[in-house]
Unconditional design. Structure first.
Length: 125
C-alpha cells in the first residue's frame, strides 16, 4: 500500500534531512542507517513530514525537542499521531534527552517494536 503524501512537502523534507538535529543525526548515523530493515529519514506522509519511517514495520519514529512540550504542540502531535495511526502505522516518540541519555534503551525499544511487527531482526540489541 502506498501512503498518501503532498508533493509540495518533498523539498522541505530534503531540507530537513540537511538540517537534522544532533539527536536525529545520532539516531540515524549510529543506529537506523545500518539497521537490517530499511528506514527513511524525513518521510512525507499525508500533510506531514515524519522524522523516520520503516515501511516493512509500518513504524514512524519521532524525535521531539523542547518545542513539543507546549499544550499547543501536544495537541498538534496528538492529531498527527491519530492521522498516522489511521493509516495503520505505529508511532514511537522519543525526547531529545532520551536519545542523548538513554540511547541504547531507545534502540532496544525500536528493535523490539520492529521484531513485534515483522519478526526476528538481528540489530545488535
Amino acid at each position: 500500500m502506498s501512503l498518501p503524501y503532498k508533493s509540495e512537502l518533498i523539498a522541505r523534507a530534503k531540507d530537513l534531512r540537511k538540517q537534522a538535529t544532533p539527536q536525529e543525526n545520532h539516531l540515524w548515523y549510529d543506529y537506523l542507517s545500518d539497521y537490517p530493515v530499511r528506514f527513511q529519514r524525513q518521510k512525507t506522509i499525508g500533510g506531514y513530514i515524519v522524522d523516520f519511517y520503516c515501511h516493512a514495520a509500518k513504524l514512524v519514529i519521532e524525535v521531539d525537542g523542547i518545542q513539543h512540550t507546549s499544550d499547543e504542540a501536544k495537541a498538534y502531535d496528538s492529531k498527527r499521531t491519530r492521522f498516522l495511526e489511521g493509516l495503520g502505522l505505529s508511532v514511537l516518540r522519543f525526547s531529545n534527552d532520551e536519545i542523548l541519555e538513554t540511547f541504547s534503551s531507545a534502540c532496544e525499544t525500536i528493535n523490539r517494536t520492529v521484531q513485534e511487527k515483522i519478526g526476528e531482526v538481528d540489530a545488535g540489541y
